[in-house]
Design a protein around this ligand. Structure first.
Ligand code: MIC
Ligand code: SF4
Length: 656
């Protein structure tokens, strides 16, 4: 079997050539372009998902496209992020989303039914299909052999309208799994190992395809943990083959008909192969405040913890939480630690309640939360000042928990459970064998998923006062001269650009209001400066815009007049969101020029429109009396979108 590096990889379109699994699914869905790494392709999308925090925008955008009905095979509108309801805003949004789903042909997963990725994996994911979602962890369904990609809400709206999803063809990197995990080392440690080796931008422009004999030792839940958190490497997506374990999973979900056996051809070539011997893995943690800052548990063992939380779309499956229950059963949480848990879905919660595991957890002293994202997005459970919080989540960007200067560690359910009991970071291998009894048969109850109406023409959309009209960008000017409003460093996350949390998330449907919080924790004066100067530029370092898919991190700066973002390089989803909202994403041709730009400088981009329209790959900026070169890495289509002032303007002008 030939597996090793072939730099010329991209033969997905060549008839008869052996293919990787990703190439097989991509080539069945390509409707524009050819599969050549780095080149833009248009993909037919089979399934689409939105969630409430990004969904109101996606739905408003769908309405603006004036398409009468959703055209994907399946589309699901989930409510899972914005469920605290401290005022009327979230509840109004939910009502809008429910009426939208009914009118336009989406399933509606009601608040309390679970986290979108977990529910989608259980109830909708299908091997071999394509899925887009307005959430960066959409690749969770890659654990079921799907090409599942996280994008901005506007891209989902277009896909729901039957349009292709445009992406740069990723390189397909193989991750070969050998061996078998030791007791109390789990799937989270596999993806933390990937992050330890590759860091938070090591996956940019890549699809990670898992293969090898180690795959069979992982069930679908475990595979989904790995593909979910692959998002933290910046990868376009991650995928596992399907097999008996997938069939078993689908059978338990009473969806056996969806099963298809899928794997790479024997001689398929990967651009690169990374080998991970599961038997050699040890428990790992990501230290504050980056998912890429990975260390062995042994290096931080003994660190006192004040908070432990189980849940999030990475680790809230029945298997994960039954494992936690088995570890905590009959024990008590010490008074120095606050422990909370959120099940990933109502299905998980029902099973745990029926088999007594939930009672074991409550008896141990666990605070049970509703089946939502909750603390993962700063919706409650902010840790105390200076405290260490250990979470089974996938992100720990600064301040995301809701506490400034927080110290959040990310780890497996096993590490979190052992540490909760000990009050300090603890290696779970010390627990010895943990017997987990996941129920053989599970009850399927989809009563909190409302199917779309056959004909939605009579359904009235209900809008509350929180839903403000969509701001639309202006077409690109001939030239731009403006102030550098802010200069930031490397790895700025969208959580830093457009914070979330219980206070700000309810404003997601109201761009004028939410824009008051842009860069709030980075520089509280930013908004004032942007307004005083009538907009301007943002300058940044590497991997700018990593993390979430929230298009508000582009939409709100656009509303404040940000014209271009000039950085060393971008994270994929954020760059697309900037294009979609008419903000120029420019990269420094020479990264050293980063030092020649200072906050407050006046920067000009003479003849920028011509450069964009002509297809120039470089343009010059004049700043501080110096000329610097900027790369324009945009496809023809993206240039047209920027020139038109964003995707909505572009789509409308095409339709006309
Ligand atoms: C996240 O985990 O950061 C979120 C909240 O799920 C985001 C979406 C959002 O900001 O609404 C994501 O992952 O895309
Ligand atoms: Fe929700 Fe957290 Fe998953 Fe985002 S990462 S979808 S906030 S659980």
């Amino acid at each position: 079997m030939t597996r090793e590096g072939d730099a010329s990889q991209g033969s997905g379109g060549t008839v008869g050539a052996p293919k990787t699994l990703a190439e097989k699914i991509l080539s069945e869905h390509v409707v524009e372009g050819t599969l050549e790494a780095g080149k833009e392709i248009g993909l037919k999308i089979d399934q689409a998902i939105t969630q409430d925090a990004t969904g109101t925008m996606a739905c408003l955008q769908f309405e603006a496209l004036e398409i009468p009905r959703v055209k994907t095979e399946t589309a699901v509108n989930y409510v899972d992020h914005n469920t605290l309801q401290t005022g009327f805003e979230n509840a109004d949004d939910h009502r809008y989303l429910q009426s939208f789903a009914s009118k336009y042909g989406m399933f509606f997963s009601r608040p309390g039914n679970g986290i979108c990725h977990q529910v989608h994996l259980e109830r909708f994911s299908e091997p071999g299909k394509t899925l887009v979602g307005s959430d960066s962890h959409t690749p969770t369904s890659g654990g079921m052999g799907m090409i599942a990609i996280g994008v901005g809400g506007l891209d989902v709206a277009v896909a729901m309208g039957g349009g292709p999803l445009y992406i740069k063809t990723p390189q397909i990197v193989g991750i070969k799994l050998t061996g078998k995990l030791q007791d109390n080392v789990s799937a989270k440690d596999v993806i933390l190992e990937v992050l330890r080796r590759l860091g938070v931008k090591g996956g940019t422009g890549k699809i990670f395809e898992y293969f090898g004999e180690g795959v069979a030792s992982l069930d679908v839940y475990e595979r989904a943990t790995i593909t979910n958190m692959g998002a933290e490497t910046g990868a376009t997506t991650s995928i596992f083959p399907t097999d008996e374990r997938t069939k078993e999973f689908l059978k338990r979900q009473k969806r056996e008909n969806a099963f298809k056996e899928l794997k790479a051809d024997e001689d398929a070539k990967y651009a690169e192969v990374i080998e991970i011997n599961l038997s050699e893995l040890v428990p790992l943690v990501a230290k504050p405040s980056s998912p890429g800052d990975v260390a062995k548990v042994s290096e931080v063992e003994g660190t006192p913890v004040q908070q432990v939380i189980f849940g999030s779309c990475t680790n809230s499956s029945l298997k994960d939480l039954m494992t936690v229950a088995a570890i905590l059963k009959g024990k008590k949480i010490p008074p120095s630690v606050s422990v909370a848990l959120a099940c990933g879905s109502r299905q998980v919660a029902i099973e745990m309640a029926r088999n007594g595991a939930l009672a074991d957890l409550v008896e141990a002293g666990v605070r049970v939360l509703e089946n939502t994202c909750g603390p993962c997005i700063g919706m409650g459970q902010a840790p105390p000042t200076g405290a260490v919080s250990l979470r089974t989540f996938n992100r720990n960007f600064p301040g995301r928990s809701g506490t400034k200067d927080d110290k959040v560690y990310l780890c497996s359910p096993e590490v979190a459970a052992a540490s909760a009991l000990a009050g300090k970071i603890t290696d779970p291998r010390k627990l010895g064998e943990v017997k987990v009894n996941t129920p053989g048969e599970i009850k399927i109850d989809d009563s909190m998923i409302i199917p779309p109406t056959e004909d939605g023409s009579d359904v009235e959309i209900i809008r509350g006062p929180n839903i403000a009209p969509l701001p639309i960008a202006k077409p690109l000017a001939e030239s731009i001269e403006a102030k550098v409003l802010l200069k930031v460093g490397d790895n700025i996350s969208t959580d830093q650009i457009m914070p979330a949390g219980a206070k700000i998330l309810p404003l997601r449907s109201n761009v004028p209001k939410i824009s008051e919080f842009v860069f709030n924790a980075v520089d509280p004066e930013f908004v004032k400066r942007a307004k005083e100067n009538n907009g301007g530029f943002v300058v940044g370092g590497e991997n700018y815009g990593q993390g979430s898919s929230r298009e508000h991190a582009a939409l709100a700066p656009m509303y404040l007049g940000v014209k271009a973002v000039i950085v060393k390089n971008f994270a994929r989803i954020h760059k697309s969101n900037l294009v979609n909202f008419g903000i120029l994403p420019l990269e420094l041709a020479n990264p050293k020029d980063y030092d020649s730009i200072a906050q407050g400088d006046t920067l000009s981009l003479p003849e920028i429109r011509e450069a964009i329209e002509k297809g120039s790959e470089e343009t010059e900026a004049v700043v501080g009396g110096k000329n610097i070169k900027l790369k324009i890495s945009l496809s023809k289509r993206e240039r047209e979108i920027i020139a038109a002032g964003g995707l909505l303007n572009y789509t409308r002008s095409k339709a006309n």
